[in-house]
Design a protein around this ligand. Sequence first.
Ligand SMILES: [Zn+2]
Length: 256
Amino acid sequence: MIIPANGCAGSPFVPCTCASHPGEDGVARAARPSRRGFITTMATGAAAALAGSAVGLALAVPARAQSTLTPEAALARLMEGNRRYVEGRLTSFDEDLSILKQKTAAKQEPFAAVLSCADSRVPVEIAFDQSIGHLFVTRVAGNVTTPEITASLEFGTLVLGAKVIMVLGHSACGAVKATIDAKPVPGQISVLYAPIRAAVDEAGADLEAAIKANARHQATILSRASPVLAGLVRDNKLRIVAAYYDLATGKVSLLG
Ligand SMILES: [Zn+2]
């Protein structure tokens, strides 16, 4: 299959998830059909007519190739979503799933990419209050950089247009703890030790410090191992940042 340079083949999906701000179509979220509103409509028996008008409104969004956000704006949108998550003010669940699926079936234009641990307690889209089509997420235990991860993130940024890559470590990461412990483990689990080893060597047995060092290391490795990513960063088309997710609070903190 030939992938077009802009990675898309259809009309786009409205990116704004904020309840009070208009999307790039100029239509405030409050004026758009919400998922909850859609369900209510179904219950009133007027579903067919209103569902049709809802689809029509979404189709009116002008087409574009990639996210037009700057890397700084993309990072700000991520952090704003995490703030809503921490404060229990999620807006992404108000979006109409049927419209989201329709608008993203043939194309995607994520504004951000995240390299996260596979840990089940780190729900990436929810933690940033984002719905379908907004985040390009790669996950592997220990949020380590591998050739496959790098290739995926090259695709998510160069082709799909994500403007920021966040390497997201998290508290109580088992992969980092196992690397510190360095005990024999079954199967191929120990394969994870090698890419995390440098962070443990730097931070010692302090788990939180090692987790943060690992996120920083993997972010650095990404930009150094990939001329594609390094070029995007050099051209101010991409930022690569490291961050730390606190399991207890849900708060994401950027690591300097
Ligand atoms: Zn983990």
